[in-house]
Design a protein around this ligand. Structure first.
Ligand code: ATP
Length: 486
């Protein structure tokens, strides 16, 4: 096994606190899980602590997995982290197939490194190994195995999800561990959704997210309410995701459907040679007609969708999440006034409302609280509440937009912000809960007709619209920290 074995560390004081001195080199915030020591049975009070350390190095972030034997582990830590065994959803067999999907294009390209240095060895410590690439579907029923998928192209996750959609007609349940950002989840949702009308909830594929993308909005929103053992610092997102992976609970993933008028098309930058840092549409090289998409995070028009689109060039992606700030500065200089009508309604047709302006800076419908770990766009959203909320404001200066965005980084303080325009009109950041949002663009220039659904960019035709509404039935299940649905 390639887990790093630390030196044996004994309790120095016997003080039963969750403090780190008793743990020697192990920091409580890095603990993934604790197991009964299998190596030294003569010391019944010895446990193995599995932990993850993340370090910045010249070659980029480095990950280290440690297995540290510790005697007299403080009880609060045992209560929280002592494992009861490999969870049932990670045990392959005739009725459950386990898949690990490594999205090599996510974030700054760390997924494969994380798989090789952390996930693969920790699974191996449970005796769970990847199937040989030549294995067939029947082999996935073998115990202690998983099907490893390393993405080769932008279509890999969607193709995988489609095959799963076909396979899930039978009695097999699927667990999919996704080493990706939000894009991997959404590709699962859209690859899987068309064929799943008859799937019963317990049979829906279960996804576990290891947040290796740029924003990781869904992961951070789902884990926002998780508290730590008293006196211990907050874990990193990756440590939290491993805790959830080995001791989580499955829940239906709330989602929405976005319908587009005919003539709408998905656009993406696919040719690295054409991608440039100017962020202009010249690099766009791929377009597919689209009638609808499913989402689990956000549907937007205006500054947000423009930022996602213009920062998604191959050149900008190299900068990780800094790319958003780089492109934002350019867009704020322009402060484009998006010409559109925005209508809200309940599903039964009640509470119809049209926003009282036809020029907008920001229109964003979301079912999650955070678009990044510290960017709280919808502070009232709770993990898994499935409510669609619209955040919106009219045309303001670049400085004002920046001020509003910074307040969102301050825990969602942008909600309720008010200001008075030069004409003496009082304006504010609007925040409405709704079931349905219809956005109709009146822009002539295609540059300003991009909408964003969970990171996928759709260009609407002139006069085209996007209608977003919450889905009543789930398409996927998602693994969350056990406290989220306690
Ligand atoms: N080998 C590959 N070649 C080309 N594209 C890939 C490859 N592997 C993955 N991709 C694509 O890269 C994109 C990565 O998106 P993902 O959302 O996972 O990361 P991100 O955009 O960095 O994070 P986030 O959406 O959380 O901000 C996906 O669209 C995926 O299909």
């Amino acid at each position: 096994m390639s887990v790093n074995n630390s030196d044996d560390i004994s309790a120095d004081t016997g003080t039963a606190t969750a403090g780190s001195s008793i743990l020697g080199s192990v920091k409580p915030e890095n603990i993934i899980f604790i197991s009964k020591s299998s190596q030294d049975t003569s010391k019944p009070d010895t446990h193995d602590i599995f932990s993850l350390e993340e370090e910045a190095s010249e070659q980029g972030p480095a990950f280290k997995l440690s297995r540290t034997p510790v005697t007299n582990v403080p009880q609060p830590l045992l209560d929280e982290f002592l494992t009861g065994g490999l969870p049932e959803y990670l045990q392959s067999g005739p009725s459950r197939h386990v898949h690990v999907v490594v999205s090599t294009g996510s974030g700054t390209g760390l997924s494969l490194k994380f798989y090789n240095s952390i996930l693969q060895p920790v699974l191996e410590s449970w005796g769970v190994r990847p199937l040989d690439p030549s294995a067939d579907t029947a082999d996935r029923s073998k115990p202690n195995t998983y099907n490893l998928v390393v993405t080769q192209s932008a279509d890999s996750v969607r193709d995988f999800a489609r095959n799963l959609g076909r396979a899930s007609q039978d009695a097999v349940q699927h667990t999919v561990v996704l080493l990706s950002g939000d894009g991997g989840v959404v590709e699962m949702l859209n690859g899987k959704a068309p064929g799943d009308g008859s799937s019963r909830e317990p049979n829906l594929p279960l996804i576990a997210i290891l947040p290796l993308g740029t924003g990781n909005a869904l992961f951070y929103s789902l884990h926002k309410s998780v508290t730590t053992v008293a006196g211990t610092p907050e874990p990193s997102g990756l440590v939290q995701s491993l805790r959830t992976l080995f001791d989580g609970k499955a829940a239906p993933l709330p989602s929405f459907r976005a319908d587009f008028t005919p003539g709408s098309r998905i656009i993406s930058y696919t040719n690295p040679d054409k991608g440039d840092s100017s962020g202009t549409a010249e690099a766009e090289s791929h377009a597919d007609a689209v009638s609808h998409l499913y989402g689990a995070i956000v549907a937007s028009y205006g500054f947000h969708s423009q930022l996602v689109w213009e920062s998604d060039t191959p050149e900008y992606r190299k900068h990780g999440d800094k790319r958003f700030g780089m492109v934002a500065q350019e867009l704020l200089k322009e402060s484009h006034a998006y010409n559109a009508s925005v209508e809200l309604a309940r599903k039964d047709g009640s509470r119809r409302q049209k926003l009282d302006r036809d020029r907008h800076a920001y229109i964003l419908a979301t079912v999650v609280s955070n678009l990044e770990k510290t960017f709280t766009i919808s502070p009232s959203s709770r993990p898994l509440d499935g409510k669609l909320r619209l955040v919106h404001f009219g045309v303001v200066s670049g400085e004002k937009t920046m001020e509003i965005m910074m307040a969102a980084y301050g825990g969602g303080k942008h909600i309720g912000m008010k200001w008075t325009t030069e004409e003496g009109v009082e304006e504010k950041v609007g925040y409405d809960e709704t079931d349905v949002v219809k956005i109709t663009t009146r822009e002539e220039d295609a540059r300003w007709r991009k909408v964003c659904i969970d990171g996928t960019i759709v260009e609407l035709p002139q006069g085209g619209s996007m209608t977003v509404q919450t889905e009543d039935k789930p398409h996927l299940q998602v693994l969350v920290d056990k406290s989220v649905i306690a």
